[in-house]
Design a protein around this ligand. Sequence first.
Ligand code: AMP
Length: 195
Amino acid sequence: MTTPAFSMCVYCGSRPGVTPVYAQVAQRVGRWIGEHGGQLVYGGGNNGLMGLVAQSAQQAGARVVGIIPKALQTTENTRHACTELHVVETMHERKRMMAERADAFIALPGGIGTFEELFEVWTWRQLGYHDKPIGLLNTQGYYDGLIEFSRHSVSQGFLSDWQMDLVRIDTHPEDLLQALVQAAGWTPPAKLAGV
Ligand code: AMP
Protein backbone atom coordinates (compact mmCIF):
# COMPACT_ATOMS: atom_id res chain seq x y z
CA MET A 1 0.00 0.00 0.00
CA THR A 2 1.44 3.39 -0.99
CA THR A 3 1.49 6.13 1.60
CA PRO A 4 -0.80 9.03 0.60
CA ALA A 5 1.00 12.20 -0.50
CA PHE A 6 -1.06 14.20 2.00
CA SER A 7 -4.15 13.91 4.11
CA MET A 8 -6.89 16.49 3.58
CA CYS A 9 -9.76 16.87 6.04
CA VAL A 10 -12.90 18.13 4.32
CA TYR A 11 -15.75 19.73 6.26
CA CYS A 12 -18.94 20.29 4.29
CA GLY A 13 -22.70 20.08 4.28
CA SER A 14 -24.62 16.91 4.96
CA ARG A 15 -27.12 18.42 2.48
CA PRO A 16 -26.54 19.24 -1.19
CA GLY A 17 -27.65 22.90 -1.12
CA VAL A 18 -30.05 24.53 -3.56
CA THR A 19 -27.84 24.78 -6.64
CA PRO A 20 -25.86 22.06 -8.43
CA VAL A 21 -22.80 24.30 -8.25
CA TYR A 22 -22.20 23.12 -4.67
CA ALA A 23 -22.25 19.49 -5.76
CA GLN A 24 -19.88 20.29 -8.60
CA VAL A 25 -17.28 21.87 -6.33
CA ALA A 26 -17.58 18.99 -3.86
CA GLN A 27 -16.84 16.60 -6.72
CA ARG A 28 -13.92 18.73 -7.89
CA VAL A 29 -12.46 18.72 -4.40
CA GLY A 30 -12.77 14.93 -4.09
CA ARG A 31 -11.33 14.36 -7.55
CA TRP A 32 -8.37 16.67 -6.93
CA ILE A 33 -7.47 14.81 -3.74
CA GLY A 34 -7.61 11.45 -5.54
CA GLU A 35 -5.75 12.61 -8.64
CA HIS A 36 -2.91 13.99 -6.53
CA GLY A 37 -2.37 10.85 -4.51
CA GLY A 38 -3.99 12.23 -1.37
CA GLN A 39 -6.12 10.85 1.38
CA LEU A 40 -9.52 12.26 2.30
CA VAL A 41 -10.51 12.46 5.95
CA TYR A 42 -14.16 13.30 6.49
CA GLY A 43 -17.26 12.58 8.55
CA GLY A 44 -18.02 9.14 7.08
CA GLY A 45 -21.53 9.80 5.76
CA ASN A 46 -23.13 9.39 2.37
CA ASN A 47 -25.47 12.37 2.46
CA GLY A 48 -25.19 15.72 0.68
CA LEU A 49 -21.84 17.22 -0.20
CA MET A 50 -20.12 14.86 2.25
CA GLY A 51 -21.16 11.83 0.25
CA LEU A 52 -20.19 13.47 -3.05
CA VAL A 53 -16.71 14.41 -1.86
CA ALA A 54 -16.11 10.85 -0.67
CA GLN A 55 -17.45 9.19 -3.83
CA SER A 56 -15.42 11.46 -6.12
CA ALA A 57 -12.26 11.09 -4.08
CA GLN A 58 -12.51 7.32 -4.01
CA GLN A 59 -13.30 7.10 -7.73
CA ALA A 60 -10.18 9.17 -8.40
CA GLY A 61 -8.04 6.78 -6.35
CA ALA A 62 -7.93 8.44 -2.92
CA ARG A 63 -7.86 6.57 0.35
CA VAL A 64 -10.99 7.67 2.15
CA VAL A 65 -11.05 7.75 5.93
CA GLY A 66 -14.55 8.17 7.34
CA ILE A 67 -15.14 8.87 11.02
CA ILE A 68 -18.71 8.75 12.25
CA PRO A 69 -20.26 8.80 15.72
CA LYS A 70 -22.28 5.68 16.59
CA ALA A 71 -25.47 7.67 17.15
CA LEU A 72 -25.32 9.31 13.70
CA GLN A 73 -24.83 6.17 11.65
CA THR A 74 -28.41 6.09 10.42
CA THR A 75 -29.11 9.81 10.05
CA GLU A 76 -25.85 10.48 8.24
CA ASN A 77 -26.11 7.28 6.18
CA THR A 78 -22.75 5.66 6.92
CA ARG A 79 -20.53 5.13 3.91
CA HIS A 80 -19.43 1.53 4.37
CA ALA A 81 -17.38 1.76 1.18
CA CYS A 82 -14.77 3.97 2.88
CA THR A 83 -11.23 2.61 2.69
CA GLU A 84 -11.10 3.03 6.45
CA LEU A 85 -14.25 3.53 8.50
CA HIS A 86 -14.21 4.39 12.20
CA VAL A 87 -17.40 4.27 14.22
CA VAL A 88 -16.67 6.28 17.35
CA GLU A 89 -18.59 6.92 20.55
CA THR A 90 -18.96 10.69 20.48
CA MET A 91 -18.86 13.78 18.27
CA HIS A 92 -15.85 15.00 20.23
CA GLU A 93 -14.00 11.80 19.44
CA ARG A 94 -14.87 12.15 15.75
CA LYS A 95 -13.62 15.70 15.51
CA ARG A 96 -10.44 14.97 17.45
CA MET A 97 -9.65 12.00 15.22
CA MET A 98 -10.42 13.96 12.04
CA ALA A 99 -8.10 16.74 13.16
CA GLU A 100 -5.33 14.32 14.14
CA ARG A 101 -5.48 12.40 10.86
CA ALA A 102 -5.27 15.54 8.68
CA ASP A 103 -2.35 17.58 7.35
CA ALA A 104 -4.70 20.42 6.36
CA PHE A 105 -8.38 21.38 6.55
CA ILE A 106 -10.79 22.75 3.99
CA ALA A 107 -14.36 23.86 4.64
CA LEU A 108 -16.82 23.80 1.75
CA PRO A 109 -20.35 25.21 1.89
CA GLY A 110 -22.32 23.60 4.66
CA GLY A 111 -24.54 24.21 7.66
CA ILE A 112 -24.12 24.51 11.40
CA GLY A 113 -22.02 21.34 11.65
CA THR A 114 -19.58 22.69 9.08
CA PHE A 115 -19.44 26.11 10.78
CA GLU A 116 -18.66 24.47 14.09
CA GLU A 117 -15.92 22.31 12.63
CA LEU A 118 -14.33 25.28 10.85
CA PHE A 119 -14.44 27.45 13.96
CA GLU A 120 -13.05 24.68 16.09
CA VAL A 121 -9.90 24.14 14.00
CA TRP A 122 -9.57 27.91 13.58
CA THR A 123 -9.68 28.54 17.32
CA TRP A 124 -7.34 25.60 17.98
CA ARG A 125 -4.91 27.09 15.49
CA GLN A 126 -4.97 30.55 17.06
CA LEU A 127 -4.31 28.92 20.43
CA GLY A 128 -1.35 27.02 19.01
CA TYR A 129 -2.92 23.57 19.52
CA HIS A 130 -1.92 22.77 15.93
CA ASP A 131 -0.24 24.52 13.02
CA LYS A 132 -2.06 22.93 10.10
CA PRO A 133 -3.31 25.11 7.23
CA ILE A 134 -7.03 25.90 7.05
CA GLY A 135 -8.97 26.89 3.93
CA LEU A 136 -12.43 28.24 3.32
CA LEU A 137 -13.94 27.61 -0.08
CA ASN A 138 -16.20 30.57 -0.77
CA THR A 139 -18.18 29.05 -3.64
CA GLN A 140 -20.50 31.61 -5.23
CA GLY A 141 -19.95 33.94 -2.28
CA TYR A 142 -21.61 31.44 0.07
CA TYR A 143 -19.41 32.60 2.96
CA ASP A 144 -19.46 36.34 2.15
CA GLY A 145 -21.65 37.08 5.16
CA LEU A 146 -19.40 35.15 7.52
CA ILE A 147 -16.25 36.81 6.14
CA GLU A 148 -17.86 40.23 6.42
CA PHE A 149 -18.93 39.53 9.99
CA SER A 150 -15.41 38.38 10.89
CA ARG A 151 -14.02 41.66 9.47
CA HIS A 152 -16.62 43.53 11.51
CA SER A 153 -15.28 41.69 14.54
CA VAL A 154 -11.76 42.91 13.65
CA SER A 155 -13.04 46.49 13.36
CA GLN A 156 -14.69 46.17 16.76
CA GLY A 157 -11.52 44.93 18.45
CA PHE A 158 -12.55 41.33 19.14
CA LEU A 159 -10.48 39.69 16.45
CA SER A 160 -7.01 40.54 15.08
CA ASP A 161 -5.83 40.61 11.49
CA TRP A 162 -3.36 37.81 12.21
CA GLN A 163 -6.24 35.62 13.35
CA MET A 164 -8.15 36.37 10.15
CA ASP A 165 -5.02 35.46 8.20
CA LEU A 166 -5.02 31.95 9.67
CA VAL A 167 -7.78 30.99 7.22
CA ARG A 168 -7.05 31.08 3.49
CA ILE A 169 -10.11 32.10 1.55
CA ASP A 170 -10.56 31.30 -2.13
CA THR A 171 -13.34 30.66 -4.62
CA HIS A 172 -11.29 28.27 -6.76
CA PRO A 173 -11.19 24.73 -5.33
CA GLU A 174 -8.03 23.46 -7.05
CA ASP A 175 -6.01 26.61 -6.26
CA LEU A 176 -7.05 26.50 -2.63
CA LEU A 177 -6.29 22.78 -2.28
CA GLN A 178 -2.88 23.24 -3.81
CA ALA A 179 -2.05 26.21 -1.56
CA LEU A 180 -3.12 24.21 1.50
CA VAL A 181 -1.14 21.08 0.75
CA GLN A 182 1.92 23.15 -0.15
CA ALA A 183 1.60 25.06 3.11
CA ALA A 184 1.44 21.67 4.82
CA GLY A 185 4.80 20.78 3.29
CA TRP A 186 3.77 18.80 0.21
CA THR A 187 5.86 19.37 -2.93
CA PRO A 188 3.76 19.36 -6.08
CA PRO A 189 4.93 17.41 -9.14
CA ALA A 190 6.99 19.58 -11.51
CA LYS A 191 4.18 20.06 -14.04
CA LEU A 192 1.96 21.54 -11.31
CA ALA A 193 4.69 23.79 -9.96
CA GLY A 194 5.16 25.22 -13.47
CA VAL A 195 8.77 23.93 -13.65
P1 AMP B 1 -23.95 20.36 8.35
O1 AMP B 1 -22.92 21.32 7.87
O2 AMP B 1 -24.81 20.93 9.45
O3 AMP B 1 -24.75 19.73 7.26
O4 AMP B 1 -23.15 19.19 9.08
C1 AMP B 1 -22.00 18.66 8.48
C2 AMP B 1 -21.38 17.67 9.40
O5 AMP B 1 -20.94 18.31 10.58
C3 AMP B 1 -22.30 16.53 9.84
O6 AMP B 1 -21.59 15.32 9.66
C4 AMP B 1 -22.47 16.81 11.33
O7 AMP B 1 -22.61 15.59 12.04
C5 AMP B 1 -21.15 17.44 11.68
N1 AMP B 1 -21.04 18.14 12.95
C6 AMP B 1 -19.88 18.33 13.60
N2 AMP B 1 -20.05 18.97 14.74
C7 AMP B 1 -21.38 19.22 14.86
C8 AMP B 1 -22.18 19.87 15.83
N3 AMP B 1 -21.65 20.33 16.97
N4 AMP B 1 -23.49 19.98 15.58
C9 AMP B 1 -24.01 19.50 14.44
N5 AMP B 1 -23.31 18.85 13.51
C10 AMP B 1 -22.00 18.71 13.71
